[in-house]
Design a protein around this ligand. Structure first.
Ligand code: ACO
Length: 428
C-alpha cells in the first residue's frame, strides 16, 4: 500500500518498503502541486485520476481560479474589474501578452485585426453546402477545421513569429465573421459583408443583424470578456493537448470548438434555456424540477448548476446576473424565464442537496437570457461562447508552445483480457 506524507517542499511516498521523495511546486497563492513526472521511472507506478479531477497538467500564468472562494483573475486582474472596465480587444491583448496594452498598442492591435477581416469565397461556399438546419456548432467546427486548407501558409503557425501572429490575427478577426455567416445561413438570410470602419463587437453585430444597437454592443462586449479564458477547462485542455502534437493553430482551435459543444461544457448555455422553456411550458413548477435533479434515478440535471472547480458562486454568474435586469430593462424586453431562473436558483440554494454538494449557478445559467434578449437564437449560444473563449484558447496554446511542453499523452491502467491466442472465425 502507498501512503503520502507532506514534508516541507517534498512529499514522501512509501510503496511497500521503499520510500520515494517527490518535489512539491508552489503557485502564486501558495497552492501546492506534487510533481510526479519521475514517478513512473522511479517506482513503476502511474497515478490514476479519471476526468483529471486532481491532476495539474501545466504551470500557467494566464488565469487564476480559487474555486472555494469564487475568485477568477486573468494575469492578476479580477474578472469583476475586467468585465466592468476592459473592452474585449483589450482583454485579448492582456491574455495574449500578459499585460494591459497602452492606447497605442491597442490601436495597432485593432488595426491589425481589421486588416485581417475577410474570408475566402470558398469558405462561404463550404458553408452554403451545409443544410441550413445543421447545428451552428457543427458549422463552426467545419469552417474552423477547413481553414488550413484555405490558408496553407499558416500550416506551421509556430516557427515563424510573423506567421504565428498572422494566424492569431486571422482567426481572431474572422471568428465573428464566421459566427455571423453561420447565423445568417442557418436562417436563410443573405450574408452581410464586414464594415471595417466599425469596432470588433459592433462589426459582429452589424454582420449579424445589419444594424448596431450601442446598448447591445456594450453588454455583448462585457459578456465576451466574461468568457475570455477559464484556465484548464475541457476545451482549453483539448486545445493544449491537440496543439502539443504541433498541429497548426487553426486545427488546435477546431479541437477546442468540438470539446466546447457538449452540454456538460459550453453547450450548457443552450441546455439551460431549453430547460427553462420546458419548465415554463410545464406550468413553471420549480420544485418539481429541483426534485427531479435530486433524484438519482432521473437523468435530469439542473443545467447551469455545478462546476468542477467552483465550490462557491461562479463570479462570472454573479456579474452576468447583474446584467440580466440591466440589459432587459435597457432593451425594454421582458422574458418570462427570468423569474423561473431566479426561482430555481433560490430554491436550489436553499436545498440541502445543492448546498451540501456546493452546487451554485455557473456562467451558463444566466448568459442565455441575455443572448436571447439581444436577438441571438438559442442554438447559436454555444457559438457565442466560442467567440468569447477564442483569445483564451489561443493564449493557452501559445503558452504551451512557448514552454515547449511535451506531447500530451496520459497513461492508463489496463484491465482488459490477458494474452490469449487468436481463434479462427469458423472455430468460434
Ligand atoms: N444537477 C444535479 N446534481 C448535480 C449537478 C447538477 N447540475 N451537478 C453536479 N451534481 C451532483 C452529482 O450528481 C454528484 O452527486 P453525488 O456526489 O451524489 O454523486 C455531485 O453533484 C458532484 O458532481 P459531479 O458530476 O461529480 O461533478 P463534476 O465536477 O464531475 O461535474 C459538471 C461538473 C459537469 C459541471 C456538473 O456539475 C454538471 O453536469 N452540471 C450541469 C451542466 C453544466 O451546467 N455545465 C456547464 C459547466 S460550466 C462550463 O463548462 C462553461
Amino acid at each position: 500500500m502507498a501512503t503520502i506524507t507532506e514534508m516541507n517542499e517534498t512529499v514522501e511516498m512509501r510503496i511497500g518498503k521503499e520510500t520515494y521523495s517527490l518535489p512539491v511546486v508552489t503557485g502564486t497563492y501558495n497552492e501546492k502541486g506534487i510533481d510526479i513526472s519521475q514517478l513512473l521511472s522511479q517506482t513503476k507506478h502511474v497515478t490514476l485520476d479519471t476526468g483529471f479531477k486532481n491532476t495539474g497538467s501545466t504551470m500557467s500564468s494566464i488565469t487564476f481560479i480559487d474555486g472555494a472562494k469564487g475568485i477568477l483573475q486573468h494575469r492578476g486582474y479580477p474578472i469583476e474589474q475586467l468585465a466592468d472596465q476592459a473592452t474585449f480587444t483589450e482583454l485579448m491583448l492582456l491574455l495574449l501578452n500578459g499585460e494591459l496594452p497602452t492606447q497605442q498598442e491597442l490601436s495597432t492591435f485593432e488595426d491589425n485585426l481589421k486588416a485581417h477581416v475577410g474570408l475566402k469565397g470558398g469558405l462561404k461556399r463550404l458553408l452554403d453546402a451545409m443544410p441550413e438546419n445543421t447545428h451552428p456548432m457543427c458549422m463552426l467546427s467545419v469552417m474552423v477545421n477547413a481553414l488550413p486548407g484555405f490558408y496553407r501558409a499558416n500550416l506551421d503557425s509556430w516557427s515563424d513569429e510573423q506567421v504565428r501572429w498572422d494566424s492569431i490575427y486571422f482567426i481572431l478577426a474572422n471568428l465573428p465573421v464566421m459566427t455571423a455567416y453561420i447565423y445568417r445561413h442557418h436562417h436563410r438570410l443573405a450574408y452581410i459583408d464586414p464594415d471595417p470602419s466599425l469596432g470588433y463587437v459592433e462589426n459582429f453585430l452589424y454582420m449579424m443583424f445589419g444594424e448596431v444597437d450601442e446598448d447591445v454592443a456594450d453588454a455583448l462586449d462585457a459578456l465576451l470578456v466574461l468568457h475570455g479564458d477559464h484556465e484548464q477547462n475541457c476545451s482549453a485542455a483539448t486545445v493544449r493537448v491537440a496543439g502539443s502534437s504541433h498541429v497548426n493553430l487553426f486545427s488546435a482551435i477546431g479541437a477546442g470548438v468540438n470539446a466546447l459543444w457538449g452540454p456538460l461544457h459550453g453547450g450548457a448555455n443552450q441546455a439551460v434555456l431549453e430547460m427553462l422553456e420546458a419548465i415554463r411550458e410545464d406550468g413553471g413548477d420549480v420544485e418539481r424540477y429541483i426534485n427531479k435533479a435530486k433524484d438519482k434515478d432521473d437523468p435530469f440535471r439542473l443545467m447551469g448548476f455545478g462546476h468542477r472547480v467552483y465550490k462557491n458562486y461562479d463570479p462570472r454568474a454573479r456579474v452576468i446576473k447583474k446584467y440580466v435586469d440591466r440589459v432587459l430593462g435597457k432593451l425594454g424586453k421582458e422574458d418570462p424565464v427570468v423569474d423561473i431562473a431566479k426561482g430555481l436558483e433560490k430554491a436550489a440554494l436553499a436545498d440541502d442537496y445543492f448546498s451540501s454538494r456546493k452546487l451554485f449557478p455557473n456562467v451558463d445559467f444566466y448568459s442565455g437570457i441575455i443572448y436571447r434578449a439581444m436577438g441571438i437564437p438559442v442554438d447559436m449560444f454555444t457559438v457565442m461562447f466560442a467567440l468569447g473563449r477564442l483569445p483564451g484558447w489561443i493564449s493557452q496554446w501559445a503558452e504551451m508552445r512557448t514552454n515547449n511542453e511535451p506531447i500530451g499523452r496520459p497513461r492508463q491502467v489496463y484491465i482488459g483480457p490477458a494474452t490469449r491466442d487468436y481463434v479462427p472465425i469458423d472455430q468460434r
